[in-house]
Design a protein around this ligand. Structure first.
Ligand code: FES
Length: 401
């Protein structure tokens, strides 16, 4: 064997065939007919259908809830939309009052709906917030919405997770779990699901009837309402504590904990989960929002909090200049200026908005700094999780969502 290399499992004949391979291949190429190669490959078409760059959807129906709306988005002709795993989200882009708003929303429908060409997303009122209320007030049936392909890794994985998922939900954080519950009922997913759903009052509960109907149809899904400001015999009272979670842990001890809800809930429940001693890999949380009070974080430079800085943005041949508030992520300033920039998770995690910081400085909270080591070294930032602390110049990628 040349150079003393030994290949396991190969004998002399294999090596001879290997040596003749180029000649055989050349002969096949020489003997081939001169005709065009098919321009459409089924595998490429399937990949495109599963992972489109973006989807142009239409608002087909709006369902009103007490303080939220569910938007049924889909293809007008009913052709299938990109498939998703229950728990994933869509990044939706709206143009409202000359501002471009891109926000991630968990899909609340069953994956089965994809074949019917539609998804459901639910948006809850967020008084004082920039996007949710504008979208709720503005979006009408028939309007067009640009959506990403389904994104995110907040879904059940048989190899990684226990056979039972204990879902801790707060407020509109119920939506990915509603989708999981539908997927189990529809035999698309194969795990047991117990949802501990925290709400202030019984009347605040979102999707109460839908959840009840799923549990009646499917014994693998259980829903426990936990009310902080109300008490009823058929509900738990107080907060989702370690003791409460313990009550619903399956006897075989094979479980994962998934969380989705407001930041205050994460902070509280995280502490309770630590008391249970659950291994980290069995605890999953949906996207967290970027901090609202950045100047209170350790390491934030003194004297910046109320400042407004200049931003120079370079995108290919285009150059834009606008201002950015110190307490808002750079991405929000870009959108306020009416410029379309890539964004999906909006919490520093996915890297989709990755941009080069050419000049100036930004503050990046540690808890939402999802950059790779090399990106930190070479001056890349995620504008969705970076706050300006001086005038800055950045170079952003193309204008897709
Ligand atoms: S949008 Fe995901 S990291 Fe910025």
């Amino acid at each position: 064997m040349p150079y003393g290399v030994k290949l396991k499992g190969l004998n002399g004949n294999d090596m001879k065939e290997f040596a003749f391979l180029p000649k055989t291949r050349d002969a096949v190429i020489a003997g081939a007919q001169a005709k065009d190669v098919d321009s459409v490959f089924a595998i490429n078409e399937n990949a495109k259908a599963l992972h489109p760059d973006f989807q142009e959807l239409t608002v087909r129906e709006i369902i009103e809830h007490t303080d939220a709306k569910t938007f049924i988005l889909g293809n007008e002709d009913g052709s299938p939309v990109a498939y998703f795993k229950a728990g994933q989200y869509l990044s939706l882009q709206f143009v409202i009052d000359n501002s471009i708003l891109t926000r991630p929303y968990s899909i609340s429908s069953s994956p089965q709906w994809c074949a019917m060409g539609k998804y459901a997303v639910t948006i809850r009122k967020n008084p004082g917030g920039f996007a949710a209320d504008k979208i709720l007030d503005t979006l009408r049936v028939g309007d067009k919405v640009t959506a990403s392909a389904p994104e995110g890794s907040f879904f059940y994985d048989k190899i990684r997770d226990g056979s039972h998922v204990i879902a801790v939900a707060g407020g509109s954080g119920i939506t990915p779990f509603l989708s999981m519950a539908y997927a189990i009922r529809d035999d698309i997913e194969d795990f047991d699901l117990t949802i501990l759903y925290g709400s202030a009052k019984y009347n605040n509960i979102l999707f109460k009837d839908e959840l009840k109907s799923i549990t009646q149809d499917c014994a693998r899904v259980k829903v426990v309402h936990v009310l902080s400001d109300d008490s009823r015999e058929d509900c738990e009272s107080g907060f989702i504590t370690a003791d409460l979670i313990k009550k619903y842990i399956p006897a075989d001890g094979s479980y994962s904990i998934f969380m989705c809800g407001p930041d205050a809930m994460y902070k509280f429940v995280q502490g309770e989960i630590e008391k249970l001693g659950v291994e980290k890999k069995f605890v999953r949380r949906e996207l967290q929002s970027v901090t609202k009070n950045v100047s209170a974080l350790p390491g934030y430079p003194a004297g910046c909090a109320d400042s407004v800085f200049n931003v120079k943005l370079v995108r290919g041949e285009e150059i834009y200049e606008f201002s950015a508030k110190a307490d808002e992520p750079v991405l929000v300033a870009i959108e306020r200026a009416g410029i379309s920039a890539p964004s999906r998770c909006r919490c520093g995690e996915c890297g989709w908005c990755r941009s080069k910081l050419l000049k100036g400085e930004v503050f990046i909270p540690e808890e939402t700094d999802g950059r790779r080591w090399a990106d930190k070294e070479y001056g890349y930032i995620h504008p969705c999780a970076s706050f300006p602390v001086s005038d800055i110049e950045i170079e952003v990628p193309g204008s897709y969502i």
